[in-house]
Design a binder for this molecule. Structure first.
Ligand SMILES: Nc1nc2c(c(=O)[nH]1)N[C@H]1C(S)=C(S)[C@@H](COP(=O)(O)O)O[C@H]1N2
Ligand SMILES: [Mo]
Length: 380
């Protein structure tokens, strides 16, 4: 039974299988869990959105997720005892947007694990000195080439940003990235007014056209360091585009060139698939974990909805009959909402926690996250 608990193990299969398995609860008869059928995991759909959110980016203490996560093994209760339901579960809630994904996972998550779903196959790359050169061309007087890392000595920006896949309910990381604003690189071009489209190409030929105004308003960054480490060259490029609040499809890796064009129609802005909206995940435990009666149970994980703010994280210990609403006042859209919920249970038995997020648009996670666990008698 796959819950979205340990990301490294959540391979291509886990993601898709997980969605349908979610419907069957914890192996025991659990009704009423608000989860979504597998077809909700549709692809990133094209749609225009006219949103430009500006945020504050506070430099706070950074915490990288530790190795607290447990392995997720397929989980079924040994005996089908009824699940203990608790209405209006009380707990202590907090959230922090500056918790970082360990950097090895950032690349595992998308570069390797997601390969089959939405990225082009990665090659076994030999690491070489970073190639930070990016060519700029298209409908401009004179094409030019910049060394992004060199330019960064003067114009770099460093901020924590999330990267959220618009095709899977998992696929979310939060990292401190350092790069040069796309705007600073394009300043060197004589931009004609007819130019309305920018496409950032990777060494593999990958590139997603986007409205130039959108890229500039969102403050797209040409990133050459993630979590303080220089990006290695892969297939001849090292720079990656990070687009605040946008789906990960825009995050072209191994950039080789940027093309400015005048299109008859501005390209649409990519949106996330419905099943990936208000994404939520419990990260620190896998199904089947056992706690002691009276012990403090601390759950943590993320919530995110691209350019829409998360307004609350909600918890249910009775299969969705009642919810404990924990507001996330002031949550920004450029980073994930990393939440914690601590509670205790005195009664031994088997439980199922369901977590969902509510957005500023009033949307509830179509795909809730659940954790099946056991509370053992503390005397045992
Ligand atoms: N060069 C290149 N960049 C790419 C892709 C690709 O196939 N080639 N896939 C995109 C998609 S669909 C996703 S989800 C993200 C994954 O980000 P990461 O692997 O760089 O973390 O990369 C994007 N950037
Ligand atoms: Mo993707």
């Amino acid at each position: 039974m796959k819950r979205t608990t340990e990301r490294r193990k959540k391979g291509t299969m886990g993601l898709l299988a997980g969605a349908s398995l979610l419907m069957s609860g914890c192996g025991a008869a659990m009704a009423g869990t608000p989860v979504l059928p597998a077809e909700a995991l549709d692809s990133e759909t094209d749609a225009v959105r006219a949103d430009n959110f500006h945020d504050t980016n506070t430099a706070q203490a950074e915490r990288v997720l530790g190795e607290t996560r447990l392995r997720t093994d397929d989980f079924v209760w040994k005996e089908r005892t009824p699940i203990v339901k608790v209405a209006h579960i009380k707990g202590e809630f907090s959230f922090d947007q500056d918790v970082l994904t360990p950097d090895d996972e950032i690349f595992n998550l998308y570069g390797t694990v997601m390969t089959g779903v939405c990225a082009t196959p990665g090659f076994a790359m030999e690491e070489e000195a970073g190639n930070y050169y990016v060519n700029v061309g298209g409908r401009i007087e004179k094409a030019y080439r910049v060394n992004v890392a060199e330019l960064g000595e003067e114009k770099s920006e460093s901020r924590i940003l999330k990267c959220s896949c618009g095709m899977t309910a998992g696929g979310l990381s939060n990292a401190r990235v350092t790069g040069v604003p796309l705007g600073a690189v394009l300043e060197m071009a004589q931009l004609e007014e007819t130019i309305n489209c920018v496409t950032v190409y990777g060494a593999d030929g990958y590139g997603v056209p986007m409205p130039l105004t959108y890229a500039l308003e969102k403050e797209a960054l040409l990133v050459y360091q993630i979590n303080g480490k220089p990006l290695p060259s892969q297939e001849g490029g090292a720079v990656q585009l990070w687009m605040p609040e946008a789906v990960a499809r825009y995050f072209t890796r191994n950039i080789t060139h940027i093309e400015l064009t005048a299109e008859a129609k501005e390209p649409p802005v990519l949106q996330a698939g419905e099943g990936c909206r208000a994404k939520i995940n419990i990260l620190n435990y896998a199904d089947g974990v056992e706690f002691k009666a009276g012990e403090t149970i601390r759950l943590e994980g993320y919530a995110d909805d691209y350019d829409v703010a998360i307004e609350a994280v909600e918890f249910s210990l009775d299969g969705g009959e009642t919810w404990t609403v924990c507001p996330t006042d002031g949550a920004q859209t450029d980073r994930w909402v990393y939440w914690q919920f601590a509670f205790t249970l005195e009664e031994p038995g088997e439980y199922e926690m369901t977590v969902r997020a509510r957005t500023a648009q009033g949307m509830e996670s179509p795909l809730a996250s659940t954790l099946c666990f056991r509370v053992a008698d503390s005397a045992r």
